[in-house]
Design a binder for this molecule. Structure first.
Ligand SMILES: *Cc1c(COP(=O)(O)O)cnc(C)c1O
Length: 463
């Protein structure tokens, strides 16, 4: 599609103004705009982003996994506007407001439940995913301090996991690109092998691979008796680690091992929550509930930053004391912001009124069908899916033992190729993935599939 010249000029002006003043996230700024295009966006419309130059881009990754029901969804926009005209913000220490209370009630009502286990019972708000992870880690650590168990100071995290960019969250993350440079600043964590089915040994099933990882976690507990305060996992899907998926049976073993060793289980569903993997929460697929559950990203339907940490009554009770120091004194200026809570409530309403999880089953089936032919490409090593997420793992000759030379930047080539075709894909290394807004329609899915096929072809032709 040719942009009209006036619009193209307007886009160029915004690009210039941007680069004069902005420092972008997750970006080597030197690559802007030569190597890495910079796309000024004017507005969003369902699954579309509309550029300043008039071009439309299908948001194949829900703008970093945040958007659920489409951009500028009118019901969420209206809820925010209503709330802004009533109460935009209030201190949440000593004061309360209806959106914070109602949202907590509704989150607890839909949270994963496990038979015979005390449910999640309390909600603590934070401002973004990383802050939510910090809250969960601090709660787990502090709980044991309050009990006088001073040896329980360690967190167990999974290899290839990701929990955010703040120093506490990075300490339990295992993606070298984000972590390595800050390693000297990070608290020491124990890392257990990932149950990632892509790493299954020859002849090993996903279930066997998960069982092997669980055995390794058991060994880790044995080597550190009484030292672990919490295990943190991304249930079902390690997202930033390349959309790697595992057998839910692994999560049942982790739940048992945490119980047997007296450690908390922290489920980081910041990316997987709110229907991404097919069920409202990924934990449901294993039939487990954690002691602490971190939610963010899709929580507000992708409109405003907000995180919620759900805790069991037992976690909460561990802070009730005469001493202020035993209280959880963590706070953020905008804790429980009413606008963000109102957006989250409107998003939960949409799940109900539009029957979103049911509708997604049909959409996910279409994604399966459209993705299947791409598995035949000679440089596709695997196509995998968990609900509304489909990932394409690229490797030379389709062989997982021969990844592409990172210097080739196959992912970046695919990014540019898809963008030229009006689709926003943002590969993780050499993993392309689909994580569209749930309102994506058949024509958009077909565009997504066609652009992905072309991007794979173009990106791997150089190799
Ligand atoms: C994105 C993400 C985070 C961090 O959330 P931010 O809002 O980006 O700080 C934490 N955990 C997981 C699993 C994530 O995908």
């Amino acid at each position: 599609m040719l942009a009209d010249p006036a619009a193209a000029q307007a886009a160029a002006r915004w690009r210039e103004r941007d680069l004069a003043v902005l420092w972008h996230p997750c970006t080597q700024m030197r690559e802007h705009p030569g190597v890495m295009p910079l796309v000024p966006v004017e507005r969003g419309e369902g699954a579309w982003l509309v550029g300043r130059d008039g071009r439309r881009y299908l948001d194949g990754i829900s703008s970093w996994w945040t958007n659920l029901h489409g951009h500028a969804e009118p019901r969420i926009a209206a809820a925010i506007a209503r709330q802004a005209g009533t109460l935009e913000q209030v201190i949440l220490a000593g004061f309360s407001h209806a959106p914070a209370v109602e949202l907590a009630e509704r989150l607890l009502a839909i949270a994963p439940r496990q038979a015979g286990r005390a449910p999640l019972a309390k909600v603590f708000y934070a401002d973004n995913g990383s802050a939510g992870v910090e809250v969960a880690l601090k709660m787990a650590f502090h709980w044991f301090r309050n009990r006088g168990e001073h040896t329980r100071t360690k967190f167990v995290a999974l290899e290839n996991g990701y929990h955010g960019e703040t120093l506490g969250a990075l300490a339990v993350g295992d993606i070298p690109l984000y972590r390595r440079i800050y390693a000297p600043l990070l608290a020491e964590a124990l890392f257990a092998p990932s149950p990632d089915a892509y790493l299954a040994r020859p002849g090993e099933s996903a279930a066997q691979c998960a069982a092997r990882a669980a055995d390794a976690l058991a060994d880790l507990f044995d080597r550190h008796p009484g030292e672990v305060c919490a295990v943190i996992v991304e249930p079902r899907l390690q997202c930033a680690g390349g959309m790697r998926m595992h057998d839910p049976a692994y999560l049942r073993r982790v739940r048992e091992l945490c119980d047997a060793n007296g450690a908390f289980l922290v489920a980081d569903e910041i990316a997987t929550g709110f229907g991404r993997t097919g069920t409202m929460f990924a934990c449901e697929q294993a039939g487990i509930s954690p002691d602490l559950l971190c939610l963010s990203k899709g929580l507000t339907g992708g409109f405003l930053p907000l995180a919620a940490v759900l805790a069991t009554q037992a976690v909460y009770d561990g802070f009730l004391d005469d001493s202020r120091e035993r209280a959880f004194l963590h706070s953020h200026s905008y804790t429980g912001n009413p606008l963000a809570c109102a957006a989250a409530l409107a998003s939960l309403d949409i799940f109900e009124t539009d029957g979103v999880l049911d509708r997604n089953r049909g959409t996910a089936a279409r994604m399966t069908a459209l993705a299947a032919p791409l598995a035949a490409h000679p440089h596709v090593a695997e196509v995998r899916q968990a609900g509304m997420v489909v990932a394409f793992e690229l490797a030379r000759g389709g062989n997982r033992d021969t990844p592409f030379d990172p210097g080739l930047r196959v992912g970046l080539r695919a990014y540019r190729a898809a963008l030229e075709r009006g689709v926003l894909l943002r590969p993780l290394g050499d993993v392309l993935y689909w994580m569209p807004p749930y309102c994506v329609d058949e024509a958009q899915l077909q565009l997504l599939a066609a652009a992905t096929a072309a991007a794979i072809e173009e990106a791997t032709a150089c190799a």
